[in-house]
Design a protein around this ligand. Structure first.
Ligand SMILES: NC(=O)c1ccc[n+]([C@@H]2O[C@H](COP(=O)([O-])OP(=O)(O)OC[C@H]3O[C@@H](n4cnc5c(N)ncnc54)[C@H](OP(=O)(O)O)[C@@H]3O)[C@@H](O)[C@H]2O)c1
Length: 256
């Protein structure tokens, strides 16, 4: 795995896991481009890290992603590494009819449909690279559903299956497919979940996650399962009912 001199695109790289991965790639002398919907958030990051490149771009907007691919090609040439990281998590009580349906549909659009869209428009660039890697950021919840976030768990499981499915298809094109399945990580996304009293689910600092990712990534690992995600994978096979119960002692989220 080539560790430096890659051009790396990270969707949703303006905070949390995406930003921690961006820093790791920059430390190792790569050109890093991050995207997000909120331009001022990206500009704050660029103030701290003047070498980072920012693009305001919504992964759910087809025209935006096509334009992003054109703009990047014009400015940087082809990317080598695409990291599908942008994601949201909604806490939902499915038994409550006053749920916001639109938000749940948006969650599917961002977390599952958009990685497919972004790969589609960047495929020609990855095919040109001699060191092409697609990294999909799913979740340990791809192995065991978390009832407080049922749509989220479904999208991450779908992303996991899509990742498994496309890996052998992209191999003949020399595009390596890597999946990062984070545990609970201390980012804005995880702050809403009601898991404070569960020691196993203590949030991991994003920098620690990025360090584990980097070690596994440069060693060529395809499925990266930091922290509790490793146990979730194992127990989802050995004792699925047990681990489901453990994770879902409190299936209904607190009302806001
Ligand atoms: N934190 C955890 O415990 C955890 C665990 C497992 C997996 N993950 C996964 O890790 C990834 C990163 O999440 P995070 O925890 O780092 O949360 P985060 O800090 O909230 O980061 C998510 C990023 O995605 C961006 N984003 C959201 N919707 C977008 C859209 N439509 N287009 C472009 N960018 C968009 C957000 O920026 P804007 O709002 O500016 O667009 C934000 O910077 C997600 O896929 C998440 O599911 C997180």
């Amino acid at each position: 795995m080539k560790q430096s001199n890659n051009t790396v695109l990270i969707t949703g790289g303006g905070s949390g896991i995406g930003l921690a991965l961006a820093k790791k790639f920059m430390e190792n002398n790569n050109t890093v481009i991050i995207t997000g919907r909120n331009l001022s958030k990206l500009q704050v990051v660029q103030k701290d890290f003047p070498k980072i490149h920012i693009f305001q771009s919504d992964v759910t907007d087809d025209a935006d992603v096509r334009m992003l691919a054109d703009d990047i090609q014009e400015k940087f040439g082809d990317i080598d590494i695409l990291i599908n990281n942008a994601g949201i998590m909604n806490l939902v009580d499915t038994g409550n009819e006053s749920n916001d349906l639109q938000k749940q549909m948006e969650e599917i659009e961002i977390n599952y449909n958009s990685p497919i869209r972004v790969l589609h428009y960047f495929l020609p660039q990855l095919k040109e690279s001699k060191n092409a890697v697609l990294v999909n950021v799913s979740s340990g919840l791809a192995y065991v559903p978390f009832s407080q976030a049922p749509v989220y768990s479904g999208t991450k499981s779908a992303l996991h299956f899509w990742t498994l499915g496309i890996r052998p298809q992209l191999k003949p094109h020399n595009i390596k497919v890597v999946e990062l399945l984070p545990p609970v990580v201390d980012t804005p996304l995880a702050q809403g979940a009601d898991i404070a009293e569960d020691d196993n689910l203590k949030p991991m600092p994003p920098e620690k996650l990025a360090a584990i990712f980097w070690k596994d990534f440069i060693n060529g690992k395809e499925e990266i399962t930091p922290g509790i995600s490793k146990q979730l994978k194992l127990l989802s096979r050995l004792a699925p009912k047990f681990i489901f119960k453990q994770l879902n002692k409190k299936p209904i989220p607190n009302r806001k």
